[in-house]
Design a protein around this ligand. Structure first.
Ligand code: ZN
Ligand code: ZN
Length: 137
C-alpha cells in the first residue's frame, strides 16, 4: 500500500489508537473519551470523536455497522464477526474463520466489487440472561 499523505499521527490520534487496541469491548465514542481522558486530561469529546472518524476512514480502526443508537469502534481491523446483545447492546467478538465463500457467491451476483463482508449475530449476553432468569423465577 502507498503511504497516505493524509496520515499525520498526532499524539491524540496515537493515544486513541493505542487505547482502542487494548480493549475488546468495542467502545462507543463516549466510552473512548473516558479512557482517553485518563491519559490526556485536556482532550475534548469532539476531538476524540473526530479522530475516531479519521482513523476509521484511514482503515486503522473499524467502525461497527451494528444496530443500536451509538456507533462502536474496534481496534481489530481483521475481518471478524460480532455478536450483539439485544438487551444491553454489548458487542463481543466471535472467534471463528470468516466465510470467504460467501464473498465469492455475492460477487457472482453483483457488479459491485466485493471487498469484505460483516456479519452480526444477535443474542443475549450471559449477564442479561442471568438478570432475565432472576426476573422470571
Ligand atoms: Zn446484555
Ligand atoms: Zn470486534
Amino acid at each position: 500500500m502507498d503511504t497516505n499523505p493524509k496520515i499525520r499521527m498526532t499524539k491524540q490520534r496515537q493515544v486513541i489508537l493505542e487505547e482502542l487496541c487494548k480493549v475488546t469491548s468495542h467502545p462507543t465514542a463516549d466510552e473512548m473519551y473516558q479512557m482517553i481522558r485518563k491519559r490526556l486530561p485536556k482532550v475534548s469529546l469532539g476531538t476524540v470523536y473526530r479522530n475516531l472518524e479519521i482513523l476509521s476512514e484511514l482503515g486503522m480502526v473499524l467502525k461497527l455497522d451494528v444496530g443500536g443508537t451509538q456507533k462502536r469502534f474496534d481496534g481489530n481491523v481483521e475481518n471478524h464477526y460480532h455478536v450483539r446483545c439485544t438487551e444491553c447492546g454489548r458487542v463481543g467478538d466471535l472467534h471463528m474463520p470468516t466465510d470467504k465463500e460467501i464473498e465469492q457467491k455475492a460477487q457472482a451476483l453483483t457488479d459491485f466489487q466485493i471487498k469484505r463482508h460483516s456479519v452480526e449475530f444477535i443474542g443475549v449476553c450471559p449477564e442479561c440472561r442471568e438478570a432475565g432468569n432472576r426476573r422470571v423465577s
